[in-house]
Design a binder for this molecule. Structure first.
Ligand code: NAD
Length: 353
């Protein structure tokens, strides 16, 4: 890779990582020169938002506990109006990808800076990507205007993340890093982060499934999620992400669980065309990386198969047609028979070949 030359472009976020790092929030607001925070949460995490408001005292001017999945445009418009009304000069988002998405949507509308406190492993806080929905349609854009200025990773906020959500969102994060290793724009710096991120999550996730209160495992997983988020935000994705998008959209399958089931098979498919990525993966996942990812899914209690998620067997041919109908870059060309076999194995819950 190095002899062929490369382009590396870093996204400029300030990251504060550790246990109890939320205490740095007032100082981080001051560093940005801000004094009026609008705090964002989902309805389920309103208490966490209220705690931040208590910490900030008079520099918190409002809590908006209305973040929901898929970042609907009407919710974002409402929240941006609220930010203008109360003269907020910064948005502080505490939560998963849905809450981070709302913060990005407000930043896009108002130009306000963002501080994010992630509570899942989704990684959206490290990407310039925003997907918004309106009238049932999802529109995704990539713009530096939605990049958060500061991310405070406080492992304490992830201690209560349910085991199933931890496993699914963690393997979803691994998928970003796996595809970054063989991306068209792959570069040595992102590959370092990808391998380190995959290793940290592969260590942390099974230990969390055994004991959700394991603090070292929680720290490993959040650290890995950060690095995998950088990978997603820096280079393009390939077969795995496109297949998951097609399957999720066409058969209404859950996002993170679909990633968990497809990843071992997509990697096995691309392995012959991605020797450098495979060599890198062997250093963190062992001799058979695709099988290791399959076993990891089992270890975190993921669903057994696409069939178990509700995908009908007669949908396999349609999924292959859809995957072939919209060509995109992938290290290995898209081949009908091999793709059919890939989806059949994931549908049956079989290990990767
Ligand atoms: P989420 O933000 O939708 O959260 C799911 C639920 O879990 C919510 O009810 C939330 O309140 C709750 N929750 C979050 N953290 C918790 C915790 N620590 N303890 C208990 N409950 C908690 O889920 P997610 O997986 O973080 O994000 C998914 C969304 O993010 C999707 O819409 C996805 O498209 C988007 N996403 C975007 C990007 C990007 O780059 N734009 C990247 C990754 C994901």
């Amino acid at each position: 890779m190095i002899e062929q030359g490369f382009v590396y472009s870093g996204n400029p976020a300030r990251v504060v990582f550790g246990f109890g790092t939320t205490a740095a929030l007032p100082e981080e607001m001051a560093r940005l020169g801000t004094r009026r925070a609008l705090i964002l949460t989902t309805p389920a995490q309103e208490d966490a938002g209220q705690k931040l408001a208590d910490l900030l005292g008079e520099t918190a001017v409002g809590v908006f506990p209305g973040a929901v999945m898929h970042t609907p445009v009407d919710v974002s418009d409402l929240a941006a109006d609220r930010a203008r009304q109360i003269k907020a000069d910064v948005v502080v988002a505490i939560g998963g990808g849905s809450t981070t998405g709302l913060g990005k949507a407000i930043a896009l509308r108002t130009g306000l800076p963002q501080i994010v406190l992630p509570t899942t492993y989704a990684g959206s806080e490290m990407t310039p990507i925003l997907g918004e929905t309106s009238g049932g349609q999802k529109r995704t854009q990539t713009t530096a205007k939605v990049l958060p200025q500061v991310v405070i990773y406080d492992v304490e906020h992830t201690m209560g993340l349910p085991v199933a959500l931890s496993g699914a969102s963690g393997i979803n994060a691994i998928a970003h890093a796996v595809e970054a290793l063989y991306a068209r724009e792959a570069n040595p710096v992102i590959s370092l982060m990808a391998a380190e991120g995959i290793g940290a999550l592969a260590r942390g996730l099974p230990a969390i499934a055994q004991d959700p209160a394991n603090r070292k495992a929680r720290a490993d997983a959040l650290y890995g999620a950060w690095l995998c988020g950088i990978c997603l935000g820096s280079v393009g994705m390939a077969l795995h992400h496109k297949l998951c998008h097609t399957l999720g959209g066409s058969f209404d399958l859950p996002h993170a669980e679909t990633h968990t089931l497809i990843l071992p098979h997509a990697l096995a498919y691309n392995a012959p065309a991605a020797p450098e990525a495979m060599a890198r993966l062997r250093t963190v996942l062992g001799a058979d990386p695709a099988l290791a990812l399959f076993d990891l899914g089992r270890a975190v209690g993921a669903p057994a198969s696409l069939a178990a998620l509700g995908m009908p067997a007669d949908g396999i041919a349609r999924a292959v047609d859809l995957a072939l109908s919209n060509p995109y870059w992938n290290p290995r060309p898209l081949e009908r028979d091999a793709l059919t076999a890939l989806i059949q194995r994931a549908h049956a819950g079989a290990p990767p070949l």
